[in-house]
Ligand binder design. Structure first.
Ligand SMILES: [Zn+2]
Length: 298
């Protein structure tokens, strides 16, 4: 490749608990190369990812990782994974491993924040808005908040997947499976929580199964909390559990019921089909978000 062809070529990495996806390209329709790596040890996985990116002359790399992460640039452990249950990964400094090798700008973000940014950056309909919340509801639950067009950090970063929800133990005696909180949102509504409560994987539960009604109820509680606290202009629901498409109409209708007409917005008055939506990038919000982060800092 000539230098000119390499211009504005970005790298993006989406590091997950089971796999790492690494891509090189310029945008959703211009991916030059991509690999999937099994998540093993930090040394092995990160060195494979680094070797992949070293093949290209990149303008910047966006690194998205499972968390929780230290995202505070002033912290001595900035760039590291903090409290993960994933064996061997606690304290791994993902950013430092890349900084050691690459001299181009590097962005470092929580995976779900990158996914939110991907949906926001690459989708013109979303770019017209100044706020968006992206939830992933799958193996775990997390949320990325775009407020005033920026990814929200804070003391650490928002962990809306662990918010507390009303839990009627008479109707639903399941104690929840979050190792930290028991019956938080993730403890009640993640894929593993569904599997444990109903004794079969979520994807094996048929459409008419009461699991889905209950799942929609918990998700609706969480969304109402987010709507009341942040007043976002759109909510995107991704992740493996949300691939069960019948959840969407059920969640929208329950959100409407719970808000009970209190919020006077035409967006909330209708069917909310443009308000509570599946990810426009499908399963690629995270990796394309990492690429968008690279583009932003290049
Ligand atoms: Zn929790």
């Amino acid at each position: 490749m000539t230098t000119d062809q390499n211009k504005n070529l970005f790298g993006g990495m989406e590091g997950g608990g089971t796999k790492f996806v690494c891509a090189v390209g310029r945008g959703p329709d211009a991916i030059v190369d991509e690999i999937r790596l099994q998540t093993t040890t930090p040394d092995k996985t990160l060195s494979q990812a680094i070797a992949f990116f070293q093949k290209y002359n990149l303008s910047a790399i966006g690194l998205a990782s499972f968390g929780p992460l230290d995202l505070d640039p002033a912290s001595p452990t900035y760039g590291s994974i903090t409290a993960t249950p994933k064996p061997g990964w606690v304290g791994t400094n993902v950013l430092a491993a890349f900084q050691f090798v690459f001299k181009v700008p590097l962005a470092f973000e929580l995976d779900v924040n990158a996914a939110a940014f991907g949906e926001y950056s690459w989708i013109p309909e979303n770019r017209k808005l100044d706020s968006l919340v992206y939830f992933t509801i799958g193996t775990g639950i997390g949320a990325g908040l775009i407020i005033n067009r920026k990814i929200t950090h804070g003391l650490i970063h928002p962990e809306a997947g662990h918010m507390r929800l009303p839990h009627d133990r008479k109707k639903d005696p399941f104690p929840g499976n979050c190792p930290f909180h028991g019956d938080c949102f993730e403890g009640m509504a993640s894929g593993p929580a569904l599997a444990r409560r109903w004794r079969r994987p979520a994807e094996m539960l048929p459409d008419h199964h009461p699991a889905w009604e209950q799942e929609a109820t918990y998700i609706a509680y969480a969304l109402v909390n987010v709507i009341l606290v942040l007043s976002p202009k759109r909510i995107v629901l991704g992740g493996g559990v949300m691939e069960h498409q019948t959840l969407f109409p059920s969640i929208r209708s329950k959100v409407r019921g719970l808000l009970n007409g209190y919020l006077a917005s035409p967006v909330l008055a209708g069917t909310m089909e443009d308000y509570i939506v599946p990810p426009a990038l499908g399963r690629r919000s995270g990796i394309l978000g990492a690429l968008a982060l690279a583009k932003k800092i290049a």
